[in-house]
Design a protein around this ligand. Structure first.
Ligand code: HEM
Length: 279
């Protein structure tokens, strides 16, 4: 009798563990998302305030406060590309996260479709203008960083293409997966800033790179990790959330919480040290 009961109880215990792990994964994803939305809104507000504020005041030299090649009097074409890059960067940072909020998707489907189109076009143009800025205008960093960011740009274009293709073929599960990949690739430059600020805070200052030349092994690593690490974690999350057992879900939830805590620390340091002073 006792052994029959314990045998019967085993599947129930497994189901309970499974339900707990699913809830933990969901909560971890919500925590990550809330921190990301907050951090991207602050970055978006910084772009509007610093670059939009300088442009509105007619003081385009204000674009050179942070950028090495912001406003260059002798290069009007490059200035237009940079202006488009900055304007659309703000659109992306302020409108992107809204696309992923399930309630907005469910309650305002037509807003979701239009915001999605704007986001997609803005992401592709920002990526292409970024490529132009890196290879034709000049940018801070070395060739390894330039290759890393350029791969980010190409991935943005590829993910945008797949997101549209899956929507057109009405495969909405795949559309959602590609939209998430697109969001993470588009957020690459934001992850770079947040990751760098976390690294500086943990090390109590610059480590693994030279501040004057803005080059070194850590920055080379970060130029690729800014999108490869989030993309890898997303694949883990999708697999754990799809067919994963309790251990896979629980483990992924723990990993996501640990990374989100590090990200939140990076967001706070970036906000206080890099963005807020220019707002
Ligand atoms: C798609 C999302 C992107 C956003 C939101 C974004 C945002 C920005 C912002 C705000 C700046 C001004 C610098 C600052 O104040 O921090 C900037 C500069 C720049 N961005 Fe982007 N960017 C994106 C993608 C890219 C990509 C994919 C590339 C390269 C392929 C790129 C290349 C550059 C370059 C070269 C600069 C000038 C850096 C310098 O002057 O040294 N961006 N970007």
């Amino acid at each position: 009798m006792t052994s029959t009961l314990s045998i019967d109880a085993a599947p129930a215990r497994r189901r309970t563990r499974h339900a707990w792990a699913a809830r933990a994964l969901d909560a971890a994803a919500r925590f990550w998302f809330a921190a990301t939305v907050f951090g991207q809104l602050v970055f978006g507000a910084y772009i509007v305030s610093l670059y939009g504020g300088a442009a509105a005041a007619g003081n385009f030299n204000g674009w050179n406060k942070v950028m090495t090649h912001g406003f260059v009097r002798a290069d009007p074409a490059g200035n237009i590309v940079t202006a488009a890059h900055l304007l659309l960067a703000a659109v992306i940072m302020l409108g992107g996260a809204l696309q992923l909020v399930p309630r907005v998707r469910a309650r305002a489907p037509s807003f979701h479709r239009w915001n999605g189109r704007v986001y997609l076009v803005a992401a592709v143009v920002t990526a292409l203008s970024g490529l132009y800025m890196v290879w034709f205008r000049g940018a801070v960093g070395d060739i390894v960083q330039h290759v890393g960011t350029s791969m980010n740009a190409l991935l943005i274009v590829a993910c945008a293409g797949m997101t549209v293709r899956r929507a057109l073929s009405r495969d909405f599960a795949a559309h959602r997966r590609w939209a998430l990949r697109l969001f993470l690739c588009v957020s690459g430059v934001w992850f770079f800033r947040v990751g760098l600020m976390f690294w500086l805070a943990v090390n109590g200052g610059p480590a693994g790179f030279d501040v004057d030349t803005f080059t070194g092994p850590f920055l080379s690593f970060l130029s690729f990790a800014q999108y490869l690490l989030p993309l890898a974690v997303l694949e883990l999350y999708l697999r754990a959330g799809g067919s994963g057992g309790a251990v896979a879900r629980g483990g992924t939830a723990l990993l996501l919480v640990a990374l989100s805590l590090a990200m939140t620390a990076g967001i706070l340091v970036a906000t206080m040290g890099m963005w807020w002073p220019h707002m």
